[in-house]
Design a protein around this ligand. Structure first.
Ligand SMILES: O=P(O)(O)O[C@@H]1C[C@H](O)[C@@H](CO)O1
Length: 307
């Protein structure tokens, strides 16, 4: 894996400092698919910087990911929103995909709020629910797709970091308290809040049914194509991390209908009951994200106030 040198991160952070007239951000918010309008709620002197202009940044190619950083204040705190993240399925290495996280760290970001659109594997999760990520399953990570592979950059963190508490309990508790005390979000049942395990897959294919059953058996509640590399790198460089998924589709993990049984039934002249199945698709994902976007804005705004 080609290594990104420390100087490249420093160069990007130095460039961004020249674009910022005021305070540098202490909180970073990564906007997931369909959730980039979180940045529309920024206040104060908002500064928008295109990824194209930042030395070393990649291009955002994912649908609905704008490809810009928006700096401003949210609930009175200096924040930066990443309107567009980099996914490995776009062809980026895990180091390239996580480049912005380390740049934000160099700018002074101490807490990273990461959002994503995810499929619900847990049968109790419905479209429109939100889940705080309590832990993750990183099959690509344990198989070698880990941004920390290669010479360790000691300026960021230790060679062998523990990531057992990567999703900072303090921040999860803050988010839970916001939800439990926010009348409009909870009592009006705008969305249900869960806490679950996010299974990271490389994508871009949505998972097969057998893969979904495997992830379910391994303890996954959600499945998505992002977040884990960012969280690992953020934890390595000493950031607190809060990650949450918006459930945009329910995953169909039921076993495939047997074509041997279907063929035998047809040969015996029996009529078959067709089972209609719904499979994940990106239109459905973006529509579900759009439907929940204002609630997510409000939720994140209140959490940031209490961080
Ligand atoms: O950036 P996120 O994780 O929100 O995006 C998810 C994963 C894929 O980019 C896309 C698949 O529908 O949504």
């Amino acid at each position: 894996m080609s290594q990104i040198p420390y100087d490249a991160y420093v160069q990007a952070a130095d460039y961004l400092r020249t674009r910022l007239p005021g305070a540098t951000p202490t909180i970073g918010i990564v906007c997931g698919s369909g959730l980039s309008s979180l940045a529309d709620t920024l206040e104060g002197d908002v500064v928008v910087v295109q990824y194209d202009d930042i030395p070393g940044f990649m291009q955002s190619t994912a649908i609905s990911h704008k490809g810009q950083l928006a700096f401003g204040t949210l609930s009175g705190k200096p924040v930066v929103c990443m309107q567009g993240r980099f996914h490995c399925y776009e062809g980026y290495s895990v180091q390239q995909a996580t480049f912005p996280v380390r740049v934000l760290r160099l700018l002074g970001v101490a807490a990273l709020v990461v959002t994503n659109a995810a499929g619900g594997i847990n049968p109790g999760y419905e479209v429109g629910d939100v889940a705080l990520i309590a832990d993750h399953l990183s099959l690509p990570g344990i198989a070698g797709a880990n941004a920390l592979i290669g010479p360790n950059i000691d300026e960021f963190g230790p060679r062998f970091p523990s990531i057992s508490d990567v999703y900072t309990p303090r921040l999860r508790k803050i988010a839970a308290k916001v939800y439990l005390t926010h009348t409009a979000l909870r009592e009006e049942r705008k969305f249900r809040l869960h806490e679950g395990v996010y299974a990271w897959c490389y994508g871009p294919c949505y998972e097969s049914r057998a893969e979904l059953r495997a992830l379910q058996a391994l303890g996954g509640d959600l499945v998505g194509m992002s977040t884990v590399p960012e969280a690992v790198v953020a934890k390595h460089c000493g950031m607190e991390v809060l990650a949450m998924s918006l459930v945009t589709n329910k995953c169909v993990a039921r076993r495939e209908p047997s074509m041997i049984e279907a063929a035998a039934a047809e040969l015996a002249g029996q009529s078959l009951v067709e089972v209609a199945e719904e499979f994940a698709n990106s239109d459905e994902v973006l529509a579900a994200a759009a439907a929940r976007t204002l609630d997510m804005q409000e939720f994140v705004r209140c959490i940031v106030k209490d961080i």
